[in-house]
Design a protein around this ligand. Structure first.
Ligand SMILES: C[S@@+](CC[C@H](N)C(=O)[O-])C[C@H]1O[C@@H](n2cnc3c(N)ncnc32)[C@H](O)[C@@H]1O
Length: 253
């Protein structure tokens, strides 16, 4: 599975930035909530950075140190502030050695690809300082209902809505915000929809479920049925490890 995920994304990295408008929105909305509550000069790890939709929003945090992880993608080409130390951590986020004493573990649109997202969230909590944050997004079980109605199985192994993400968070973590969204795209026809899935790297991950004749048959059916849409159901969760945060004002003794 891991090899298939890596191949699926690396083959389509060039088209991802333009096609993955939904993932871009998800990363932007997560950082709208996250950035205002971050301490200055944090130590950050981002898991599954891909082409850098979320990474770009981490730039204004001017991290003291940032570790960028991905299974397949090269480091996003970004101009980091001079004082930021950037480390590439290539490999499976569940297997690599993580840095300790982090202020933030962030990940957008990646958790759904893991067999056991809960184990990764445990690891995140372990490696945070008290007051440190986990900020993640995934997709809910109702993702791509149009494809489910056609009998196509879910592409990813671990869909979670916001409640599911909260449930997977270690009990010691305090959830600060959790929310679900619905983002619907409309396409000129079924061919354009499958082109979109291919360009975002998802198509190849649907397990070769579609032979060419079956795909043609499905596309005709979709075109006959009227407007061709694809509904994403992103889910997001921000949680804090209990304890004083670095940004908290000093207590008056
Ligand atoms: C849908 S892309 C999201 C990329 C980016 N975070 C964004 O918001 O656009 C998922 C990324 O997660 C990476 N990925 C999937 N499984 C992974 C794993 N086990 N460890 C690290 N990265 C992984 C893929 O290589 C891909 O770049």
């Amino acid at each position: 599975m891991k090899e298939r995920i890596a191949a699926g994304f690396s083959r389509h990295l060039a088209s991802y930035d333009e096609a993955a408008s939904v993932q871009a929105q998800i990363a932007a909305r997560l950082s709208e909530r996250l950035n205002p509550i971050m301490p200055p000069k944090p130590r950050v790890i981002e898991l599954g950075h891909g082409t850098g939709f979320l990474t770009r929003h981490l730039l204004p945090l001017t991290p003291k140190e940032i570790w960028l992880n991905d299974l397949a993608a090269p480091l996003p080409d970004l101009q980091w502030p001079e004082q930021t130390r950037v480390h590439a951590l290539r490999g499976d986020a569940t297997e690599i050695d993580w840095p300790e004493r982090l202020d933030l573990v962030a990940s957008a649109s990646m958790l759904q690809w893991l067999g056991a997202p809960r184990d990764l969230l445990d690891k995140a909590a372990e490696n945070l300082v008290p007051g440190g944050l986990v900020a993640v997004t995934s997709f809910g079980p109702g993702n791509f209902p149009e494809l489910a109605r056609l009998g196509l199985a879910a592409g990813a192994p671990s869909y979670r809505d916001a409640i599911g993400l909260c449930h997977d968070m270690p009990r010691k973590m305090e959830v600060i915000a959790a929310w679900d969204e619905t983002i619907r795209l409309e396409f000129a026809d079924a061919r354009a929809l499958f082109g979109h899935l291919r360009a975002t790297g998802v198509n190849g991950l649907m397990g070769g479920q579609l032979s060419v004749p079956r795909l043609r048959h499905l596309m005709k059916r979709m075109d006959r049925q009227g407007p061709v849409t694809l509904t994403y159901r992103p889910s997001c969760c921000i949680a804090r490890k209990p304890g004083p945060s670095a940004s908290a004002p000093p207590s008056k003794a």
